[in-house]
Design a protein around this ligand. Sequence first.
Ligand code: SGN
Ligand code: CA
Length: 535
Amino acid sequence: MKLLYALTGTAALAGTLLPTSCKRNQERRAADGKKFNIVYIMCDDHSYQTVSAYDRRYMETPAIDRLAEEGCRFTNSFVANSLSGPSRACLLTGKHSHKNGFTNNEHGIFDGSQQTIPKLLQEGGYETAMIGKWHLVSEPTGFDWWDILIGQGTYYNPTFVQNGDTLVRYGYSTDITTDLALEWLESGRDASKPFCLYLHYKAPHRTWMPDVQDLDLFSDATFPLPENFYDDYSGREAAGLQEMSIIKDMNLVYDLKMADPERKIHTPENPELESWGYEMYLPVGSDSIPGHMNRAQQAAWDAHYGPIIKDFKKANLKGNALAEWKYQRYMRDYCRVIHSVDRNVGRVYDYLRDHGLLRNTLVVYTSDQGFFMGEHGYFDKRFMYEESFRTPLLVRPPDDLPHRTGDIAEFVQNIDHGPTFLDLAGIPIPDDIQGESYLPLLEGAAPENWRKSLYYHYYEYPAEHSVRRHYGVRTARYSLMHFYNDIDEWELFDLEADPLQMKNIYGQPGTEAVTDSLKKELARLQRLYDDPISQ
Ligand code: SGN
Ligand code: CA
């Protein structure tokens, strides 16, 4: 640990290898003497399908979209390991999971003594803050200020830990997290320093609990069913073995809030769900418990869901009708939760604009991974399939930084944020960092040697949702993945011919040459990133 930390010293940084364009930019910025701030906003499980800058089928997100309208939309943004803790560790280190040591949520404890981006920023004169969902088990290091949710956090009346002190805050998590960020921007930071703020929302993580004020939104909406909602997973063994199907795994009470007072739906078949009920309902005789709703919030929920529960029971749906009812119910709550995120991103934007900070602040909007909105019949993420491997990424560069606008199509991955921040700050990027700065892309460069393929590795199995361990490579046209551990299955998709990834062409006649070259590329990436799976 000490050894890694020593790498952050000046001597270790002196030999840093940077792409020429990065070096040029760093020198130029250093000569300008400009210091740019960073506001990095990350949601938990926000699908690109529900960001209207990417997809207009479901809902509008005007505040989030504005970042792309005034800046850039990345059309090929991916993660390295589609799960919360691992994504956060990639973000903080600029390294793949096997290098930062946090491979899965269930057994991981982030080693905060290692080199991290916030520590490097601090050493470079930056003030750093982490506000909202942290999910890395150990206490944050490298932050001048931190105010984090415990574990997943709760939507209502959440408990935070502020620089080591526990505090319960009453209200809705997304609003509170924004309030804390704005308070820190206004009066918490040392205004003489440039800053980097990590603002991490808990929303829209399962169980997609809307704010009281948003309960009536989308009530009349009918969301289009994904084309492959009724996927039968033929030819894709791992795809069929998961436990994240809307039809079979999404719970009517726990996920879809059908906690009927008569307890016909709310059955005792699953004791955990039975005791949780609405996750946050107050036990009888109690008025206020952290993480649970208070009486007024609960009354608003009852007023909203009560009639839906009644209608649902009367309808006695079966088969596809029940499946599609579940899908609509899921989408309504999910989109309501996003509506609140969008409103709060708007509050952050307004603050930055009203305080003249858009001039010298990079604003990033992204998610810790993508999410399935019923594609393949799924909710959740984890797979290297497109909906969870991709994640939204909209970046508004500082007005004072000469930059391009519009779409950026190069492959970027969440290990790239860290080096980008260092690059923007004019801080040398240590050569053990595996991500690439995408700042040259924002500045309008089209580097010829930009990565042409992506590496992915998911580890959390056996675990909730039963997605098998897998690693893989994705190029512009193909996605090749190998599921391993208690299974040994390869899946290959031609994304041009089969963008929905329904036809596994691995082993099919005519695919020998492409399979061979993809396996070579996979091996090259495993060597490049030094992933022991290949050794
Ligand atoms: C919880 C959820 C899962 C989810 C994981 C990981 N179950 O365990 O559905 O896949 O988090 O999500 S829940 O019953 O607690 O809602 S992650 O985004 O934090 O990695
Ligand atoms: Ca997540």
